[in-house]
Design a protein around this ligand. Structure first.
Ligand SMILES: Nc1ncnc2c1ncn2[C@@H]1O[C@H](COP(=O)(O)OP(=O)(O)O)[C@@H](O)[C@H]1O
Ligand SMILES: [Mg+2]
Length: 253
């Protein structure tokens, strides 16, 4: 499985992606969770303290020499993407590996190096070693062409509100306009009834693969900085994400 969650900020990408990754790992898959969003999110919903997850260290990255071609920074040539995951991805609950792009702190400069390396790593992963679950930043084209190039399926997280539907339609168009053979589907989030999932289907034109209910316990987990699957394992939103995992496993997503 190689999937990535996209959608506008606040749609619920990180909360759903983290829960999805944990539930997938519990079914016995080797899961690599990939956070390309400079705002912290996925680490919490996986159940990892962000401090446990440093970005890729500077010494893994070399700078282009004068007269050389190619990008300014790249991964040290003796490291493959898989080596880099083995070394730098932290291991979270249920054995989920977690690789992050590097969080914005006061000084952005040191991050530039690790961000080049990050992109190279996620585009150089062996085909069958991990199931990939990505959390992509906001709603731009970059998501599909650059940061999320590893994904076979994009899941657009969309709420049944006018604003969110509009932005999901835009995202769906961007994703579909892109070359490559990926598919695009929707996850309706914060639904309050079956008609909400229908609205998402109708207004985005995308197949809705899950309808995650509005769930106070899901939001409460976030307020406590805990993974929803640990904090409220029986809550309806977690249950729906688990059923989505069960439905998607075995499909070529
Ligand atoms: N189905 C839901 N019910 C209640 N709260 C939710 C639901 N989905 C997400 N949330 C909450 O909404 C907030 C934003 O979600 P988040 O996953 O951080 O969004 P994104 O990563 O898309 O910016 C979080 O506090 C999260 O716990
Ligand atoms: Mg997020």
């Amino acid at each position: 499985m190689k999937i990535a969650f996209v959608g506008k900020g606040g749609a619920g990408k990180s909360a759903i992606a983290g829960t999805f990754a944990r539930a997938l790992a519990r079914r016995g898959e080797s899961v690599l969770a990939i956070d390309s969003d400079p705002m912290p999110g996925l680490a919490f919903s996986l159940g990892l303290a962000v401090t446990e997850a440093p970005p890729i260290p500077d010494d893994a990255v070399i700078e282009r020499k004068e007269g050389e071609e190619g990008p300014r920074f790249r991964l040290r040539p003796d490291l493959t993407g898989a080596d880099a995951v083995d070394r730098y991805a932290v291991t979270g609950p249920d054995g989920v590996r977690f690789l992050q792009f590097g969080k914005l702190r006061t000084n952005v400069a040191p991050l530039v190096r690790s961000q080049f390396a990050f992109r190279q790593i996620v585009n150089d992963l062996p085909d069958d070693r991990w199931s990939l679950v990505g959390d992509l930043p906001g709603g731009t084209r970059q998501a599909f062409t650059g940061w999320g190039a590893y994904a076979r399926t994009f899941l657009v997280v969309v709420e049944p509100t006018a604003k969110s539907l509009l932005s999901a339609r835009r995202l769906a168009r961007l994703a579909q306009a892109d070359e490559g053979s990926h598919q695009v589907v929707a996850v309706a989030n914060r639904v309050r009834g079956p008609e909400d999932a229908d609205t998402v289907q109708r207004r985005t034109g995308l197949e809705v693969v899950a309808a995650v209910p509005w769930d106070e316990a899901f939001a409460e987990a976030e307020r406590r900085g805990r993974a929803p699957i640990d904090d409220a394992p029986e809550c309806p939103a977690v249950r729906e994400v688990e059923s989505m995992v069960a439905r998607l496993v075995g499909q070529s997503v």
